[in-house]
Write a protein that binds this ligand. Structure first.
Ligand SMILES: *[C@@H]1O[C@H](CO)[C@@H](O)[C@H](O)[C@H]1NC(C)=O
Ligand SMILES: *[C@@H]1O[C@H](CO)[C@@H](O)[C@H](O)[C@H]1NC(C)=O
Ligand SMILES: *[C@@H]1O[C@H](CO)[C@@H](O)[C@H](O)[C@H]1NC(C)=O
Ligand SMILES: *[C@@H]1O[C@H](CO)[C@@H](O)[C@H](O)[C@H]1NC(C)=O
Length: 359
């Protein structure tokens, strides 16, 4: 009985073995093919295979990653110090808008001739399609976007989404957040040198003992965030790569803002300034590079239309006689960008590029 059952098992094994080997023979003509199948090693690697080129600079901005997947991937930092390719540091210009970008012609003039030193990213409403010509720096630069509502945490979600998408390009070194109403007030070489050579990032950060400052702190944020660590500042930041990764990678403190910073607390004015103050204060210049006019009061700053645009006005934004600190030395260049400008200001601004802004 034992013998019969052993025989049956043996026969079954032999049959199985023969059939498998016959099966394999159909596909693999030699031993070499078995270990190095032709189909896997001679495939066309232009598109589908791993390459350093597509890893360090994705060719398409569109992807199917969720925010969590995207933030995880964007938070990766190489451990090897030297890059295995020639890395020319770039500035990522990240535009947050609901729809049209009226100053595309001005920005295109600003970017012209400096290809390879910048990348553009646009976060718009999910179904908005930016209509620009193929030779524009904005062509094909929309990232997968979500709905954003003013003053809510979704605004910071969008900022993080812009940062994370821009981080996927390993050559991006500085990250500037801009809006549809922002304009450049210096030429590209000046902006590039200023940012690339800066020892600090530019995030406005101050402690204000008022209902609009400390008054927005929620004591449930303690003990993780304490009142004395609370900061306020303009949403329009500039971060270096290291800090951009840090912001994308933070879930712990962001969760507290999501939960406890709701109107009249505005996460876009407190989250990044507070976080940097707590952990990376020494890397921050604590001032914004984007000029804005709050002198009229109210919840929104002044908007400048065509009649306000004169050479003297733009010149005063570039240099009004005050000095700022840059790499621990005084400089007359305090602002590289300005807001807010109405769409009808475009023609007058284009008129001033060569005489005032120098591009
Ligand atoms: C895009 O812009 C071009 C040129 O301004 C215009 O002719 C075209 O109709 C626009 N397309 C859409 C879909 O708005
Ligand atoms: C910015 O503020 C931080 C405190 O958060 C301070 O440590 C740092 O020195 C300031 N930066 C500059 C450039 O003064
Ligand atoms: C220059 O601009 C700064 C920042 O906007 C402002 O604080 C300062 O009062 C201005 N100075 C003059 C002389 O207008
Ligand atoms: C632009 O400059 C030209 C020539 O100086 C002038 O005729 C025109 O009125 C200007 N346009 C605007 C909108 O300022």
């Amino acid at each position: 009985m034992k013998f019969v059952s052993i025989l049956v098992v043996f026969m079954a094994g032999a049959v199985l073995g023969l059939s498998v080997s016959a099966h394999f023979k159909q596909y693999f003509n030699s031993q070499a093919d078995l270990f190095f199948p032709k189909t896997m090693y001679t495939a066309n690697c232009d598109k589908d295979c791993l390459s350093i080129k597509s890893f360090v600079k994705p060719t398409h901005l569109m992807h199917s990653m969720t925010d969590d997947e995207l933030f995880w991937r964007a938070s990766m930092v190489p451990k090897v110090e030297d890059y295995p390719f020639e890395r020319v540091p770039k500035v990522a210009f990240m535009f947050m808008t609901r729809g049209p970008l009226p100053f595309v012609p001005l920005w295109d003039k600003f970017f012209k001739g400096h290809e390879g030193l910048y990348s553009v990213y646009v976060h718009a409403l999910p179904d908005y399609k930016l209509n620009v010509s193929e030779d524009s720096a904005f062509y094909g630069r929309q990232i997968p976007s979500e709905e954003v509502s003013w003053g809510s945490v979704t605004l910071v979600d969008a900022e993080k989404r812009l940062l994370a998408n821009a981080l996927l390009d390993f050559s991006n070194e500085r990250f500037v957040l801009l809006s549809e109403s922002c304009i450049p007030v210096y030429n590209f070489p000046t902006v590039y040198e200023y940012l690339i050579n800066s020892e600090h990032s530019f995030v406005e950060s101050y402690d204000e003992d008022s209902p609009q400052g400390r008054g927005r702190y929620n004591r449930y944020m303690a003990p993780h965030i304490k009142l004395y660590q609370w900061r306020k500042g303009s949403e329009w930041f500039e971060l270096n790569r290291e800090l951009a990764v840090t912001m994308v990678a933070d879930y712990k403190y962001y969760a507290l803002f999501r939960k406890y910073c709701k109107p009249s607390c505005y996460p876009d004015e407190h989250y990044i300034p507070t976080y940097l103050n707590m952990f990376h204060g020494s890397l921050n210049a604590n001032r914004s590079l984007t000029w804005v006019d709050w002198s009229r009061g109210g919840p929104h700053p002044a908007t400048y239309g065509a009649p306000s645009i004169t050479a003297d006005f733009i010149q005063a934004i570039r240099n009004n006689g005050t000095f700022c600190m840059y790499n621990s030395r005084p400089t007359s260049i305090c602002f590289l960008f300005a807001r807010k400008f109405a769409p009808n200001a475009l023609e007058s601004l284009l008129n001033l590029t060569s005489t005032v802004m120098d591009f």
